[in-house]
Ligand binder design. Structure first.
Ligand code: F6P
Length: 337
């Protein structure tokens, strides 16, 4: 059997460790052939592929990014038609057959899960793997990349404490997460944030300023505000800039902002993410070997499992106010808006 593997959407720490998990399991345990597809679904449109050997899989465990390259090509967009009248999904199915690919592993985020579900509905032998630093893929408790992003963001917040304290400032840090507040919640709590704003919880600038004034009254000389990139703003400025300006206007306290950006996605995965990737990758290959197609590998607690792609597609896993970290944070006086 020959399997194809591709990575689609934004990169994230742990992708290469996952590729290694899928491919080594396929080659060593199941005696399969593995074909790497470059640049996501784009590579299936142009047949941009390479046959992996054991040697191509060396040194991947701790390597950031994706050795396959990625793209945001969505073959089903606009009815799947190119300007020249070619139906992209059909071309991909035809190319897969010509390349001798019997089954496909797609490593990707929410958009990729949607695409994979559509190919599964067309009868393609497909298995997908949840990949995102945002941790917002429905149906899995955790996705690789999240732990690494939280570690990086927490380190950044740790570092802001000393400069905020020296200058008696309010420091606003913006972290990624798309429409979800998972990175902000976990790094904000781990980094000792005083105010944490998530897209899932509406905030009020006056209440935030009251919290800062009260902190000053209690002798707290500085305040750390962690904001998720997905919070509502005026739509013109970056969330960190918007919140910092509002806070400075209403408190009169010098306020600075930091946007952490792509640093959260780059570089080596944490040991936790490497092991998660290894387990998830190996399980994806096992699903293929068992002929269990149209499924996404998922984590339920520490148990590895899988769920039908049709159940995942189009949904988002968001933070709820009943999350223990929010409940506990509120009890300790942390403001969530
Ligand atoms: O989904 C991962 C993520 O890094 C989000 O946190 C962020 O909003 C988005 O990707 C950025 O995407 P792009 O790589 O297209 O700028």
């Amino acid at each position: 059997m020959r399997i194809g593997i591709l990575t689609s959407g934004g990169d994230c720490p742990g992708i290469n460790a996952t590729i290694r998990g899928v491919c080594k399991t396929a080659i060593h345990h199941y005696g399969m052939e593995v074909m790497g597809i470059h640049s996501g679904f784009q590579g299936l449109l142009t047949k941009d592929v390479e046959l992996f050997t054991d040697k191509s899989l060396s040194g991947l465990l701790n390597m950031g990014g994706t050795i396959l390259g990625t793209s945001r090509e969505k073959p089903f967009k606009k009815g799947g038609m190119t300007e020249d009248g070619i139906h992209k999904p059909s071309l991909i199915v035809q190319n897969m057959a010509e390349l001798g690919i019997d089954a496909l592993v797609c490593i990707g985020g929410n958009g990729t899960q949607k695409t994979a579900a559509k190919f599964a509905a067309m009868g393609v032998n497909i298995v997908s793997v949840p990949k995102t630093i945002d941790n917002d893929i429905w149906g899995t408790d955790i996705s690789f990349g999240f732990d690494t992003a939280v570690s990086i963001a927490t380190d950044a917040i740790d570092r802001l404490h000393s400069t905020a304290s020296s200058h008696k400032r309010v420091m606003v840090i913006e972290v990624m997460g798309h429409k979800a507040g998972w990175i902000a919640l976990y790094s904000g709590m781990a980094g000792g944030g005083d105010i944490i704003l998530l897209p899932e919880i509406p905030y009020n600038i006056e209440s935030i300023c009251d919290v800062i004034h009260n902190r000053v009254k209690r002798g707290k000389t500085y305040t750390i505000v962690v904001v998720a990139e997905g919070i509502k703003t005026d739509g013109k400025k970056r969330p960190a800039e918007y919140i910092a300006q509002k806070i400075e206007e209403c408190t009169g306290i010098e306020t600075r902002e930091t946007v952490l950006g792509y640093i959260q996605r780059g570089g080596s995965p944490t040991p936790f993410d490497r092991n998660l990737s290894t387990r998830i990758g190996g399980h994806a290959t096992e699903l293929i070997a068992n002929g269990e197609f149209g499924r996404m590998v998922a984590m339920k607690g520490d148990e590895i499992s899988s769920i039908p792609l049709s159940e995942v597609a189009g949904k988002l896993k968001l933070v709820t106010e009943s999350h223990d970290l929010i409940v506990q944070g509120r009890r300790m006086g942390i403001c969530f808006g």
